[in-house]
Design a protein around this ligand. Structure first.
Ligand SMILES: Nc1ncnc2c1ncn2[C@@H]1O[C@H](COP(=O)(O)OP(=O)(O)OP(=O)(O)O)[C@@H](O)[C@H]1O
Ligand SMILES: [Mg+2]
Length: 251
């Protein structure tokens, strides 16, 4: 179920443009995501998927347009930005865990530093989240002692610990060995079922079919097509989407 309790989508991009020098990497992007909605972003390499995620989180400044989270426009800098940015959880292809901290510390750190939780409260919550992603028994190990799939699940727990309103995933399984992909996707499907609002860049069509409300197809910095997963995968409308799907389906 998705909803708009106050009439506002949870994430709204309107008229967003971004250039890297001469390269027009996001072109007039309009995208609204409701609370509880799961949007899969798909498209060829270089089409702007990662830049879109990074812009939502203000890791990349935009040149035109507006991005709001829960009705609030992200400020350019300062404390307010840190607080609002914490509303957006992000999981990348590479796990980016702190190597010299234990799994538990990795998950508990942000809530203590940014959300001003006590250490005991943050660690209690961290243990619950590690349980939820299925790695509770690894809490006292260091990241290097875990498999890639386990590390990525810790990264998800760490993002969740900040109590984000929306979670962004940028190709979270593409650096994993095949046998570990499903353990991460299963955690993501669980999150989606629990009502988390999610933007997921992935070519995992099984995930899109199981969990997504919408597929957004990007090419050349533009949103070319938006559809429900089944419709998108079985009858894409644009030639660019047809061409892209024919390539990934034959791999
Ligand atoms: N920091 C940067 N400076 C200059 N150009 C950049 C920068 N980051 C990305 N680009 C360029 O912007 C375009 C979009 O990149 P982006 O990483 O968003 O694509 P993507 O859809 O995520 O691709 P992939 O599927 O390979 O991850 C590409 O042409 C890329 O080379
Ligand atoms: Mg990318």
């Amino acid at each position: 179920m998705t909803s708009r309790p106050n009439g506002e989508p949870l994430v709204r991009l309107s008229g967003v443009d971004k250039w890297f020098g001469e390269l027009h990497v996001l072109q007039d992007i309009d995208l609204s995501i409701d609370r509880g909605e799961v949007v899969v972003v798909i498209g060829p390499s270089g089409s702007g998927k990662s830049t879109l995620c990074r812009a939502i989180n203000r890791l990349e400044p935009i040149d035109k347009g507006e991005i709001t989270i829960d009705g609030a426009r992200l400020p350019d800098e300062g404390k307010e930005l840190a607080r609002l940015r914490a509303d957006v959880g992000m999981v990348f292809q590479s796990f980016n865990l702190f190597a010299h901290k234990t799994v538990l510390e990795n998950v508990a750190l942000g809530p203590v530093k940014v959300r001003k939780k006590s250490k005991a409260e943050a660690e209690g919550r961290a243990r619950e989240l590690l349980e939820r992603v299925g790695v509770a028994s690894q809490a006292d190990k260091y990241p290097a002692q875990l498999s890639g799939g386990q590390q990525q699940r810790v990264a998800i727990a760490r993002a969740l610990a900040m109590e984000p309103k929306v979670m962004l995933f940028d190709e979270p399984t593409s650096a994993l060995d095949p046998e570990m992909i499903n353990e991460v996707l299963d955690v993501m499907v669980g999150l989606a079922k629990d009502g988390m609002t999610m933007v997921v860049v992935t070519h995992e069509m099984g995930f899109a079919r199981r969990a997504a409300n919408r597929v957004v197809f990007m090419d050349g910095g533009r949103i070319v097509e938006t559809a429900e997963p089944e419709t998108f995968f079985t009858s894409p409308q644009s030639d660019r989407a047809k061409d892209f799907l024919s390539k990934i389906l034959t791999h």
